[in-house]
Design a binder for this molecule. Structure first.
Ligand code: ZN
Length: 241
């Protein structure tokens, strides 16, 4: 089975459209989303409807969650909170119901999917280093787990009790290791590469390939300005931070 695994779309329609065109060219059987369909960027409804219409297997991200459960002051930065408030006001009831009903985890075909970590998802903590990854691996029965949340594509590998971290373009999933793969972000990359990121995973060959797709950043930036969203959200897209 060929899976396209994408996440942290964050309401960026230009990025999502470019990624879906790229996916159509390579051909996949199933779309999977590691969460955060909405938040930050100005097209949450359109992105949500597209993801929903593709029959995507989705898990809930923190922005999806906080859009339907308004955040407390401690839960996120002022910029993120302002964007959440804007997003909430620009969705319909059926969108909110969809976000509220998303599961936190999914497992299928020796694959796990979660937004941030399998350790526990209540506080939306990040997997930044090998210690965080090791705590997630303790809850991972499948050979590979796909995550997002940091917007930085990296792979953690656990072999004979040892966890290592690496950047990647392709990964061969060898059967005596476990893998925790961050698929990067479609709508707000933070690895200093402004191109949208997503992953193709083939469960027959057990290969993971990271894809990068250029899109019309200027168009999204213009929409952010017109929507009155914080200007930093436009600026950062040009730099991939
Ligand atoms: Zn995110």
């Amino acid at each position: 089975v060929r899976y396209a695994i994408l996440g942290d779309i964050h309401g960026n329609w230009e990025a999502l459209g470019a990624v879906l065109a790229d996916i159509r060219r390579s051909g996949v059987d199933q779309h999977v989303c590691v969460g955060d369909i909405v938040g930050y960027n100005p097209d949450p409804a359109r992105c949500l409807e597209q993801v929903r219409d593709l029959g995507t297997l989705v898990v809930q991200g923190n922005h999806d969650f906080f859009t339907v459960h308004p955040p407390g002051a401690m839960d996120m930065s002022a910029v993120a909170a302002a964007a959440i408030e804007w997003t909430c006001a620009n969705l319909e009831d059926d969108h909110r119901q969809y976000l509220a009903g998303l599961p936190k985890n999914r497992t299928f075909d020796d694959v796990s999917v979660v937004h941030n970590t399998l350790e526990q998802t209540r506080h939306w903590q990040y997997v930044l280093g090998v210690d965080d990854a090791n705590r997630s691996f303790a809850h991972q029965d499948s050979g590979v787990c796909f995550i997002g949340h940091t917007h930085v594509p990296v792979v953690f590998k656990k072999k004979k009790g040892l966890v290592t971290i690496a950047r990647y373009k392709t990964i061969e999933l060898d059967p005596d290791s476990k893998f925790l793969v961050n698929v990067g972000s479609v709508g707000q990359p933070r690895d200093r590469d402004p191109r949208a990121a997503y992953v193709i995973y083939d469960s027959d060959t057990r290969q993971v390939a990271l894809k990068r797709v250029a899109y019309e950043v200027g168009r999204t930036q213009e929409k952010i300005r017109k929507a009155g969203l914080p200007l930093w959200l436009a600026l950062r897209l040009a730099f991939g931070v």
